[in-house]
Write a protein that binds this ligand. Structure first.
Ligand code: NAD
Length: 371
């Protein structure tokens, strides 16, 4: 098994600095080939909550950059959603299709347990509820386990509802009505979140155009909505004539200098994390009159669901909190207008104020999910 090269990791230039993080932990287990990292950005508002990403990173530096960036994003997302949780994230390095085993997942659970509740894990890209069930055998600080194992199940249902609320709020801000009747919405990526968003959009009376790199997710959507418009790829989707709203629901980093000039939509609002290749892209969008909704604000439904599982345990209360994403989005848009800044900056300001107003790191605060 390849082991971590600490010297190389510490000397590598990272887009996101570890200096602002409370704790970064590396873990390697030669028996199961597990190599993982946990970054705790902030516990000011409560124990750090964020998913475990299982991904074949090109190298350890890339994994470290990702876990630092994602854990920081979770601090902002959890604060903005009004959750009693700080920000953290885990990454497991490797191809889940190749190396994911029960032995590896239980070793990961043992690793997370050593943090004694400062970090609580959940599903993310490359991990699902079945994996959380296995991790929970050796770690009580888990969320989004399957319902038969006492968990809340797949968070994507809540994420899709939250994105819908963001879209409705953006429509209200832009067109004076939250109605999506006869609006055309392009959805890039119809996986767990995207396909549920499509269902919501049809219910709202929108016209929907989709694309996905895989045939199976598209086939599944077409089975339910045979007359849906499907375009070949994201390049075709972003240039689709008459598109009002573009909802990126695949991977992050897809909006850049090359894509922005081609976009036909008036609004960008989707589930994907870190949609902008870099923060400056929001200015490029604004210069073209395109309203961008900060991703971490509108895609918080999943973490609201995970927090609910740990703290209040009534699904109805989680749904009500997810629906509040409509109001939160409007608050951000109003603040952006009042302060003559972009929505991304307005959201960051609000989140930073919420984190700063908390008392400080909360050393240990394990959640009380009964087992
Ligand atoms: P998923 O893997 O189930 O679905 C993603 C879909 O995008 C897949 O069908 C995939 O084939 C497709 N895809 C990948 N690359 C593409 C491309 N270039 N063009 C078009 N389609 C492409 O993932 P998901 O759980 O639906 O999450 C989607 C996004 O939302 C991710 O960025 C994730 O980080 C973010 N997110 C998800 C949740 C959640 O609750 N699942 C919560 C917050 C944020």
């Amino acid at each position: 098994m390849r082991t971590f090269d600490l010297k190389a990791l510490l000397s590598a230039p990272h887009t996101y600095s570890a200096d602002e993080h409370e704790q970064v932990v590396l873990f390697q287990d030669p028996c199961s080939d597990l190599r993982a990292m946990v970054a705790i950005h902030s516990t000011a508002l409560g124990p750090a909550l964020g998913g475990t990403r299982f991904y074949p990173y090109a190298d350890d530096e890339q994994a470290l950059t990702d876990v630092l960036r994602l854990s920081r994003g979770m601090s902002y997302k959890n604060a903005m959603a009004g959750l009693p949780f700080g920000g953290g994230k885990a990454v497991i390095i490797g191809d889940p299709g190749r190396i994911k085993t029960e032995e590896l997942l239980t070793a990961f659970g043992t690793f997370v347990s050593t943090l004694e509740g400062r970090y609580v894990t959940a599903c993310d890209v490359g991990t699902g509820t079945a994996d959380m069930d296995v991790i929970a055998r050796t770690c009580r600080w888990t969320a989004t386990c399957s319902s038969v194992n006492g968990g809340g199940g797949d968070p994507s249902i809540h994420t899709a509802l939250g994105v819908l609320q963001g879209i409705r709020a953006a429509a209200f801000h832009r067109w004076g009505t939250p109605s999506l009747q006869d609006r055309t919405v392009g959805v890039a990526g119809v996986g767990k979140v995207g396909h549920r968003l499509v269902e919501h959009l049809f219910r709202e009376g929108a016209r929907v155009v989709i694309t996905d790199v895989q045939a199976e997710p598209v086939r599944r959507v077409m089975e339910k909505f045979p007359r849906i418009t499907v375009v070949e790829d994201t390049e075709a989707l972003i240039q689709h004539k008459g598109m009002d709203i573009y909802a990126p629901c695949a991977l992050g980093g897809t909006l850049d200098e090359a894509v922005v000039p081609l976009l036909t939509a008036d609004i960008v609002c989707g589930a994907a994390n870190n949609q902008l290749a870099h923060p400056g892209v929001e200015r490029l969008l604004a210069d073209r009159g395109i309203l961008y909704l900060p991703d971490y604000v509108v895609n918080a439904g999943g973490v609201i669901h995970a927090a609910g599982e740990l703290r209040w345990a009534t699904p109805g209360r989680s749904m009500a909190k997810v629906e509040k994403i409509f109001d939160t989005t409007l608050t951000i848009l109003k603040r952006a207008e009042a302060e003559n800044i972009l929505p991304g900056a307005a959201a960051d300001r609000i989140a930073e104020q919420l984190i700063a107003s908390a008392e400080g790191p909360q050393p240990k605060a394990g959640p009380s999910r009964p087992r």
